[in-house]
Ligand binder design. Sequence first.
Ligand SMILES: Nc1ncnc2c1ncn2[C@@H]1O[C@H](COP(=O)(O)OP(=O)(O)OP(=O)(O)O)[C@@H](O)[C@H]1O
Length: 252
Amino acid sequence: MLKIKDLYKSYNSKTPVLSNIEMELKQGEFVSVIGPSGAGKSTLLRCINRMIDPTEGSVVFDNVEMTGLNKKELRKQRAKIGMVFQHYNLVSRLTVFENVLHGRFGYKSTLQGILSIFSEKEKQLALDILDKLGMKEFAYKRCDQLSGGQKQRVGIARALVQQPKLLLCDEPIASLDPNSSKVIMDHLKQICETMGITVLVNLHQVEVAAKYSGRIIGLNKGQIVFEGLPKELSNYAIRDIYGSDLEDLLVE
Ligand SMILES: Nc1ncnc2c1ncn2[C@@H]1O[C@H](COP(=O)(O)OP(=O)(O)OP(=O)(O)O)[C@@H](O)[C@H]1O
């Protein structure tokens, strides 16, 4: 469902931030991208939905080449790709319910969006998704009254209300404590397994990636230096990805 070929990204004329990226995702896979800070994880995710334009290469998602799309075509493709952010990207003064409905904007005309016109079916979908994520009771609370973990569940609900085929999660647990992180990762895994949605997640924590992923991709300096099953993530692989051993990466 996603095929990336020969992808390059340079922000300026110097060394590319991503080079020669080749990867494929199948429907229903749960894949993590790990790598040190600055390796290019966020850039890679954003090149998929063209929040960032790749410099060279091909990104085929759901049988459509993403790189050549015009604004209208891109909007249609993007509706099928949900995104979850480290800092949630919610509108704090709006309610949980309103934020979740924003996920439907990709299916609306500009006017419908401005006037926040949503059908009963869309509203019910938003509530059902909030219910699945244990957030229905907070539907009419303002988002600035929520904890980080609750905000992230709203972020996930907003992505799911798009009814996406692919969920891109950019360090979804980087701002959360261990308990909230577990709740979020469990939800993402469940979404993948029960809804068949493909999940691609950037993570800083190797042990979390190993626990939840079907497959792991390791990035170093913009290049894929590892791709395999969690059990194949040897000390050699860790060194290739991070330039140090796993023990040295674990905080005492
Ligand atoms: N808009 C930008 N303009 C110029 N350089 C950028 C821009 N965004 C990112 N970079 C650079 O590209 C490189 C990769 O950044 P990116 O954020 O993709 O890495 P990352 O692996 O996600 O890092 P982190 O784990 O710290 O979020 C870094 O050197 C960064 O400074």
